[in-house]
Design a protein around this ligand. Sequence first.
Ligand code: UDP
Ligand code: MG
Length: 309
Amino acid sequence: MKVLSAVVPCFNEEENIKDFYDEFIKAVTVLKEKEIDYELLFVDDGSTDDTVLKVKELKESDSKVHLVSFSRNFGKEAAIYAGLEKTNGDYVVFLDADLQDPPSLLPEMFSYIEEGYDCVATRRVSRKGEPPIRSFFARRFYKIMKRLSKTEIMDGARDYRLMTRQVADAVVSLGENNRFSKGLFGWVGFNTKWIEFENVERRKGETKWSFWKLFMYSLEGIASFSTAPLGIAAFIGGLFCFIAFVAIIFVFVRALVFGDPTSGWPSMVCIILFVSGIQLFCLGIVGQYLAKTYTEVKNRPKYIVKEEI
Ligand code: UDP
Ligand code: MG
C-alpha cells in the first residue's frame, strides 16, 4: 500500500480541526479502494488558541494523526516547508484547515497521478465571497507577475497541491529562506495538471491574512521570482539622464541667446524634488533585493519546533 501524507498548516484554527478531520476521513475512505493509506500532519504555526489541544484529542483516537508545533508564528510558507521535510509518504498534499481546499477533490486529483502526472495543482476560477478590493489587487498581482517573471504563476492558484515524493524532494532542495511556494512549484517543473474549482468560503473563524500581510507577500513573490524591478530602476535612471542632458543643452543655448534671467526658482525646486524622489524610489528597489540577500545570507532556520508528536 502507498502512503499519502497530508499536511495541514494551522494558525488559530481550533474551530475547524474537527470538521476538517471528518471531511478528510470521508475523502481518504474513497482512496482506500485505490490501495492508498494516509498520514495526517497538522503543522501548528504558533497558534495561541486550543489548536494543539484539538489535534491531540484526534491523535488519541487515530494514530495516523501527527503534530508539529512551532515555537511561534513563522508563517504558512514555513509550515509548508516543515510539512515537506517531516513527512515521508509516497505522495504529499497540502490542505488548508478552514476547508477552503475541499478534501472531496482528492480522488479526482489521484486519478491524474495515476494517469502519470507528477503534480496536481488547483486554482479557483471564482473569487466569490472575497472582498472586491482584495480580488482586484490579487488579479493585478498575477498580471504583473506574468509580465515580470519567467516562472509561470497561475491566477487563482491555491496551495492545494498533490505531488509525488520526487516533486516534494525537489521543492525541499530549494532551501531559500524567502519562500513563495507558488513560484517554487512552477520553477521545479514536472508534469502538472491544473484542476479548477469554484471558491469555497472559509468554514469558521476569520482569514489570517490581512491586506497588508498579503501585500508584503506579493512583494516577496516579485522579489523572489524576478529581478525586473532592478532593470526598471536602471531604465528610469537612464531616462532621466537623457532628459537632463537635453535640458542642459536647452538652458545653455537659451542663456547664450537671451542672456541669463534669474527667474525659474519654483520650477527648479519642483525638478529637484521630483528627481530626488525618483532616486529614493530606485534606491528602495535596490534595497529590497539587498534585504532579501541579507536574510538569505544569515540563513536562519525557517522554523523552530517546540513539540512534535
Ligand atoms: N496559516 C498559517 N500561518 C499563518 C497564516 C495562515 O499556517 O501565518 C494557515 C491557516 O491556518 C489556514 C491556511 O494557512 O489553514 C490558509 O489561511 P487563511 O484561510 O487564513 O488564508 P486565506 O484562505 O484567506 O487566503
Ligand atoms: Mg482560508
